[in-house]
Design a protein around this ligand. Structure first.
Ligand code: SF4
Length: 626
């Protein structure tokens, strides 16, 4: 078998045991890494209705099929478990170096069950695996822990994936970080790791992907060709030049920059937080992930010193900037540092603080509740204090550590209206009232609001758009307005979602393949074939596995919805007065279900569809919930 190490490391922390499982070719072809492999394991190994913090929850770390290949953006791995934030299927991808290192150490995936009696970390030195004590690391910030593990093991090239103090304290939106700069932020999977007393997984590999590949020469040639095209393609070149913070100004101009908890679509102080200001006041260097020529990562200075945590991405600038009414870039960079030191998801953290600010301004939270903090929009000092309280679960932070949905239910009154979340997960910094497919993605995503379900509508608005041209091999050829729904738009969504799921199986970054960026679909397929020697066509099955998991946990069509605020008009900006049309949204949801082979009433996959996808074994799981 090519393209895979075919080995899974199975760790039982309750019994302190480690075992190796070898995958068969038949199985791996059906579930070839990443989201597919993780989805199969979750559905088959987590008992129904398991408490996310119970030892029976299963935590999976899975490399993609191409993770570690010498091709730009083939860097991603997935972390998966039942999510403590949503109660459903949990998943979060990250790039960096840890995923490639896992594969080069000889592993496709790690499956962790049980709970260690005391804090531990895992050390994978190639195929040698060891559970080591971590009491001396517990409670420490992520930068300290990475340094301590590397010093303890005597190798500063070890890649460390870890949670922070927030994961230890079971903050429901705690994430994981590798190399302090790459994040499995979403879905609270850091808290699941914390509940198992597992602080980190350190890995050192000693192999090369080329030795796994079916046709290493062709794979290297594709990688070499793509590296040269990064500068020729305006999409990847913009990522290299400005990185994701370059989005702030264009989104503001389009009236789709979430501002003051999604009440507004434009920020009056945008000049103070846009890319030019970032470049002038924060930027110190550019970095990259494993073997990636895009180089979209940023290094910054915070409080006059180089930050060990890298620079804030667009999502973080948006969440702690305009969405909290804050225009102080240094405070935003500090918020980014605090999130990464405690290891909080910066999207959910910023969005939950914006929610709390609106509650405070409406008198639903008082000075007594906040411990004297004036938690108003625009108050950067208050924001920074509250991040630390969340990370430590102290004072008002203990309530907000539950996420906006649970906090709103406890606060009561109008608070649920202010919680900008779907299935319990907070919206990323993309305004659906100007990008209807993004709204559909938020609603339908099994992991709660997720902005990476499909390439965004604005890319396909004009007939001469480079994204539209590059999407032609996928079957997308017609420009459609961002504020449109209906049959044609749902067909576009359906194709893009399948394509996005495929990326999450093979390990490509969202900023690699077209239409979002520079790798043509033909080269994506060529690279898979060169790695494995076989053709892959199972992407459609993937979203259904996550859907089957959620069906078992009681999710139905009623959960595929949007926050009520989005059906109401935006207060300002280029789209002032515009809302998401409710009736058309519901009709389009039905159209999409039909395309996917899901029951329009329940939103669950039909038995016929599951059989057609080769998922016969999952039919009983869904049927028993209908
Ligand atoms: S495009 Fe950016 S985030 Fe994606 S792999 Fe390359 S450097 Fe990493």
């Amino acid at each position: 078998m090519y393209g895979t190490t075919a080995k899974i490391l199975r760790v039982d922390l309750t019994n302190n045991t480690i075992e190796t499982e070898t995958l068969s070719e038949e199985f791996y072809r059906m579930y070839p890494g990443g989201k597919a492999l993780a989805g199969y394991i979750l559905l088959n190994e987590i008992p129904p209705h398991t408490d996310p913090f119970a030892p029976e929850n299963v935590l999976v770390f899975a490399a993609g099929l191409l993770t570690g290949a010498p091709v730009s953006t083939a860097t991603r791995y997935v972390v998966s478990a039942r999510s403590p934030l949503t109660g459903g299927y949990g998943e979060s991808e990250a790039g960096g170096f840890w995923g490639p290192e896992l594969k080069m150490a000889g592993w496709e995936a790690i499956v962790v069950k049980g709970k260690a009696p005391r804090p531990v970390y895992l050390w994978l030195n190639g195929e040698q695996a060891e559970i080591r004590p971590a009491e001396h690391l517990w409670g420490k910030f992520t930068a300290e822990v990475q340094e301590a593990i590397r010093a303890e093991l005597g190798d500063d090239k070890i890649r460390v994936l870890q949670i922070g103090p927030a994961g230890e304290k079971l903050v429901r939106f705690a994430g994981l970080t590798n190399d302090l700069r790459h994040f499995n932020g979403r879905n609270g999977l850091g808290a699941v790791m914390g509940s198992k007393n597992l602080r980190a997984i350190a890995v050192r590999g000693n192999q090369r992907y080329q030795n796994l590949a079916y046709d290493a020469k062709t794979l290297m040639a594709i990688g070499g060709k793509l590296a040269k095209t990064v500068k020729e393609n305006p999409l990847s070149w913009d990522l290299q030049e400005r990185g994701t913070p370059g989005l702030v100004e264009p989104l503001n101009t389009g009236g789709i920059l979430p501002t003051r908890n999604f009440r507004q679509g434009a920020f009056e102080n945008v000049d103070e937080v846009k890319w030019e200001a970032y470049e002038k006041t924060l930027l110190t260097a550019r970095r990259t992930c494993y073997a990636c020529a895009v180089r979209c990562k940023r290094e910054v200075a915070v409080e006059g010193r180089e930050s060990p945590y890298g620079g804030p991405e667009y999502e973080t600038v948006g969440a702690f900037g305009p969405n909290c009414g804050i225009s102080d870039l240094q405070a935003i960079a500090k918020a980014n540092e605090l999130c990464n030191a405690y290891m909080l998801d910066s999207i959910s953290c910023g969005a939950t603080i914006a929610f709390a600010m609106e509650c405070f301004e409406h008198g639903l939270l008082t000075l007594e509740d906040t411990g004297g903090i004036e938690l108003r929009f625009g108050n950067a000092e208050a924001m920074l204090k509250v991040i630390e309280l969340i990370g430590r679960r102290e004072g008002i932070g203990d309530l907000l550590a539950e996420g906006s949905k649970r906090a709103a239910e406890k606060i009561g009154g109008d608070a649920p209206f202010f919680a900008m979340q779907v299935k319990g997960q907070e919206l990323a910094m993309h305004e659906p009232r100007g990008k209807f497919n993004v709204g559909m993605g938020y609603a339908i995503s099994e992991i709660g609001a997720d902005h990476l379900v499909v390439a965004h509508d604005t890319a396909f608005a004009k007939p001469d758009a480079i994204q539209l041209k590059s999407a032609a091999p996928l079957g997308i050829t017609k420009a459609l307005p961002p504020r449109s729904l209906g049959e044609e738009k749902m067909e576009m969504f359906y194709i893009l979602e399948k394509w996005g799921s495929l990326e999450k199986v093979i390990g490509y970054c969202f900023f690699g393949p077209a239409p979002r960026s520079f790798i043509p679909p033909e080269d994506v397929l060529l690279s898979i074939n060169a790695a494995t020697g076989w053709n892959l066509s199972m992407e459609e099955a993937l979203t259904n596995l996550a859907r089957v998991f959620n069906a078992r946990e009681g999710f139905t069509r009623k959960d595929d919805t949007l926050p009520e605020r989005l059906f109401q008009p935006l207060e300002n900006g280029a789209l002032q007065g515009q809302s998401m049309p409710r009736e058309e949204f519901e009709q389009s949801l039905t159209i999409l279900y039909q395309k996917k082979g899901w029951d329009p009433q329940t939103g669950l996959p039909t038995p016929e569809k599951l059989r057609q996808l080769g998922l016969e074994w999952a039919v009983g799981v869904v049927s028993s919930e209908q």
